[in-house]
Design a protein around this ligand. Structure first.
Ligand SMILES: Cc1cc2nc3c(=O)[nH]c(=O)nc-3n(C[C@H](O)[C@H](O)[C@H](O)COP(=O)(O)O)c2cc1C
Length: 254
């Protein structure tokens, strides 16, 4: 049996909190408040330099094990764009948009990215042994599927009877969820960054993911997370004022 020590027990630090540069929280909440899903766009283009910065922000999203199993495709070709609008069921949020991006979860790339991570550690030359251990041992146990998934199906619940044990991902369905979580966080960064740059967005899962994959020539195990349109809203492009259910149905303290 493989012996896995996930984390050594660490108590809250007695050290003072680290000094950080002050931030403009109000500016952030203004971005959050003014982001609305936009269904009708004006003709204005999205500046390439803004797209560059927004893509950087999306890539800085937190993601599982920092394995970055995600991709963004900017669909620039007129032909592909037309096909993508069709695959998005002709929704106005797609058909009126000057820019369309596809967020793709790539659970199939974890092994490649694990190798890239270890190469980056070697390049840095100053990574602690526990970082190597994490990517040499823990990630391989956590993300290897196939026959090993069956070993985990038996082993993890048994181990879980004795101590806290990560229960997922076991099997390919879990790996899909695993990659979608991180990709969706990247999409959220992207939409907020677009708003900060003065642009609007609409995330779309109302689409034919099989057709989208074909348009982008993606392998079968790539997963379309969502399509995001971008541009500048028109007054009619926002469908009503925003509403959310009561806060106490969402936020709980136990
Ligand atoms: C995963 C996901 C899928 C969505 N799919 C669509 C869609 O296909 N078409 C659409 O018009 N809006 C879509 N939306 C936008 C939601 O309808 C919208 O976020 C929600 O109504 C809240 O409005 P707000 O974004 O303006 O706050 C989607 C949002 C998310 C997060």
């Amino acid at each position: 049996m493989v012996k896995v020590k996930m984390f050594s027990s660490v108590q809250p630090s007695q050290e003072p909190a680290m000094e950080m540069p002050p931030l403009d929280a109000r500016a952030f909440y203004d971005v959050v408040d003014s982001r609305r899903s936009t269904r009708v766009y004006a003709r204005d283009c999205v500046a390439d330099e803004a797209i560059d910065r927004v893509v950087d922000a999306a890539q800085k999203a937190p993601n599982s094990s920092n394995l970055q199993c995600w991709e963004i495709y900017r669909v620039a070709s007129t032909d592909k764009k037309k096909k993508l609008v069709e695959a998005c069921l002709g929704q106005p949020a797609a058909s009126t948009a000057p820019e369309l991006f596809v967020f793709v979860a790539r659970p199939d790339l974890w092994r490649r990215n694990n190798t890239w991570t270890l190469k980056e550690f070697d390049r840095r030359g100053n990574m602690p042994e526990r970082a190597y251990q994490y990517f040499n041992k823990i990630t391989r146990i956590a993300y290897t599927q196939g026959v090993f998934a069956w070993v985990k199906r038996v082993w993890l619940p048994l181990r879980g009877l004795l101590k806290a044990t990560p229960r997922e991902p076991i099997g390919w369905a879990d790996m899909r969820v695993w990659a979608h979580k991180s990709t969706a966080l990247s999409a959220a960064h992207f939409m907020l960054a677009m708003r900060a740059e003065g642009y609007d967005t609409c995330p779309m899962e109302g689409m034919d993911s099989k057709r989208v994959k074909k348009i982008l020539e993606l392998p079968s195990r790539a997963e379309v997370c969502m399509v995001i349109s971008a541009g500048k809203r028109t007054a009619k492009g926002i469908y009503g004022s925003r509403f959310r259910f009561e806060r106490d149905t969402f936020y709980h303290v136990r």
